[in-house]
Write a protein that binds this ligand. Structure first.
Ligand code: VGL
Ligand code: ZN
Length: 199
């Protein structure tokens, strides 16, 4: 039997109510996620981890507002409020998250000039985080994703997972979405078409 892992995406203060890029109901999933952490042998966390002045922040681009889209060398990039700045409380995991069991924390978005939604690749879809190699070396092939946000980091991670030969399930009840301009519906369709199991 192939080994399974739970990938817990970006359950950080800035994505929870009161945070800089709050996802509605982001904190509601914590008890469910904790129960899933208890049920899996292998647990990996991801942590959005931007330097101050990151290129995905609207404040870095004079005259730009959060949630506008700009063209970056690697393609279109949505601009966000400043969030998950390295070492700040907003970048910490939600205080109720049972993270002690995690065997690996993948930090992403730390390069100043490129954003990273996927746990596997930066937004250029070329620069790897190392997660695929880690999982393959450990013989882990079945992945279950939970966390924030369904339509950004969870969806891009699950899409990259199937593209790289992993089986991917998204536990939608243990995720919450940003839902910007229909992004939840669009990304849900893309995941279903790509063979991601939506549970
Ligand atoms: C995320 C937008 C910007 C996410 C991270 O975790 O879904 N979304 N940075
Ligand atoms: Zn981010």
């Amino acid at each position: 039997m192939s080994a399974k892992a739970l990938i817990v995406v970006d359950i950080q203060n800035d994505f929870c109510p009161g945070g800089a890029l709050a996802v509605a109901g982001g904190d509601e999933i914590v008890p469910l996620v904790n129960a899933l952490i208890g049920a899996f042998d292998h647990v990996v966390l991801t942590q959005d981890w931007h330097p101050a002045g990151h290129s995905s922040f609207a404040s870095t681009h004079p005259g730009r507002q959060p949630f506008e889209t700009i063209d970056m060398p690697y393609g279109p990039q949505t601009l966000w409020p400043d969030h998950c700045v390295q070492g700040t409380r907003g970048a910490d995991f939600h205080p109720g998250l049972d993270w002690t069991k995690a065997q690996l924390v993948i930090r992403k978005g730390f390069r100043p000039s490129i954003d990273s939604y996927s746990a596997f690749f930066e937004n250029d879809h070329k620069t790897p985080t190392g997660l695929a190699g880690y999982l393959k070396e450990r013989g882990i092939s079945d992945l279950t994703f939970v966390g924030l946000a369904t339509d950004y980091c969870v969806a891009y991670s699950a899409l990259d997972a199937v593209r790289h030969g992993f089986s991917a399930t998204v536990e939608t009840g243990a995720c919450r979405a940003i839902d910007l301009g229909g992004s939840l519906e669009a990304m849900t369709r893309r995941m279903a078409e790509a063979g991601v199991t939506l549970a």
